[in-house]
Design a protein around this ligand. Structure first.
Ligand SMILES: [Zn+2]
Length: 397
């Protein structure tokens, strides 16, 4: 780090943070957690299963193979900072013991978020319980996931996490598409009434993000039709997405959309162009910078005032790309439309994601200061906006 970056880093590590996108679990799921559980349930676990800690060769191989990967880099850093023990062959068992001891305290998972991560609020999205605040309303504000409404073209089809759209309906006894959309809209209004501060769509894990402004007649072809063709199901999804975007505006709920990674088949953000253009009153909160198609997000940020960019996951996917992303995203938008969320399940991963973001933000802002774009105090103003104030304004919290 340069001297300027070090200065910024030192300052922002005292700032309060609103994590705008998180998947924190209910209390009971953290009971008895150990290092294996942490590694398995972190992004590192998506890449490789944890090694046998008693097998030195396996631990050595695990470290040497994955240390270059951003997930591992920052998770290892977070574990060392939280438990004061580095992740090394000769210390891994001691680290495991330290993790186990910490989780004897039932509040440990919350303490990491409150104290170590300085989160004053967390916008949490938890499936299969959309709208849940995990019984901690003082910390968690739910973002209600709406993916189930894409599956509901047939009544008994759950979304991949096992949630059924009809279970959110006040009156599930319906038979037409119009009634289905009516119940969906009512469910969204109820989420808002019960404390949700956003809607979330992560359908890029299931279908392309290219949404057309489809007619109700086209969408109706898939409705209650177990033999619907992929094209008809896609029309249904397009129609549902436009209705969700309209409901988001009606209820003044930002619409968080996962962009970029997923099925990778046209999941780049530009597929949202028609949706965004047709819904100028909807606040689109695009997640992950659209990585690896970050250029798409620059264009949408620059072209539409109702687009916000959340850099969640990005510093964790690629630290280098995230640094470049922040600079360009600031250059094409303004001080008020970038936010950050941890996008993690485990508190250790959340701390890792935050440390990655603090690093990336310091480096990016320092580069702009050193380039003469603005001075140090404006850099700190930007950091404060990105980590806290922009989220307060966007989610009204
Ligand atoms: Zn997420």
């Amino acid at each position: 780090m340069t001297t300027t970056a070090m200065k910024i880093f030192g300052e922002i590590r005292n700032y309060p943070v609103i994590s705008t996108h998180c998947h924190h679990l209910p209390d009971e799921e953290y009971t008895g957690a150990d290092l294996r559980f942490v590694l398995k349930n972190s992004y590192a676990g998506w890449v490789a299963p944890p090694p046998d800690f008693k097998d030195m060769n396996a631990v050595a191989e695990y470290i040497s193979r994955y240390r270059c990967n951003s997930y591992f880099r920052w998770l290892f850093a977070a574990l060392e900072e939280l438990y004061r023990i580095p992740f090394r062959i000769d210390t891994v068992e001691a680290l495991d013991d330290a993790v186990k001891r910490a989780y004897v305290n039932q509040n440990h998972h919350l303490n990491v978020l409150n104290k170590d991560c300085r989160y004053v609020r967390v916008v949490n999205e938890r499936q299969p319980s959309p709208g849940s605040n995990l019984n901690h309303p003082e910390l968690f504000s739910p973002s209600a996931r709406c993916d189930c409404y894409f599956s509901g073209y047939v009544r008994d089809k759950a979304e991949p996490n096992g949630f059924y759209p009809y279970s959110s309906f006040e009156n599930p006894d319906i038979s037409t598409l119009a009634e289905y959309i009516g119940q969906m809209r009512l469910a969204i209004a109820n989420y808002k009434k019960n404390g949700s501060v956003a809607l979330k769509v992560a359908i890029a894990y299931e279908r392309p993000l290219r949404f057309e402004n489809t007619s109700a007649a086209a969408a109706a072809k898939a409705f209650n039709n177990p033999h619907a063709t992929p094209g008809e199901i896609s029309d249904f999804g397009d129609y549902v997405m436009f209705e969700i975007a309209a409901a988001a505006a009606e209820n003044d709920l930002p619409l968080q959309i996962h962009t970029g990674m997923g099925i990778l088949d046209a999941t780049n953000p530009m597929g949202l162009l028609k949706l965004i253009r047709s819904n100028p009153e909807t606040k689109f909160h695009l997640l992950h910078g659209g990585f690896p198609w970050t250029d798409d997000t620059y264009a949408l940020l620059s072209g539409f005032e109702n687009v916000w960019s959340d850099t969640c996951w990005l510093p964790y996917l690629s630290t280098r790309r995230a640094r470049e992303y922040l600079i360009t995203a600031l250059e094409v938008s303004d001080a008020y439309r970038l936010t950050w969320g941890c996008d993690a399940w485990m508190p250790e991963d959340s701390k890792g994601a935050l440390t990655a973001m603090e690093n990336v933000l310091s480096e990016a802002l320092a580069e702009m200061v050193d380039d003469g774009a603005f001075n140090m105090s404006y850099a700190l103003f930007l950091a404060n906006r990105i980590l806290y104030h922009n989220a307060r304004g966007l989610f009204n919290i």
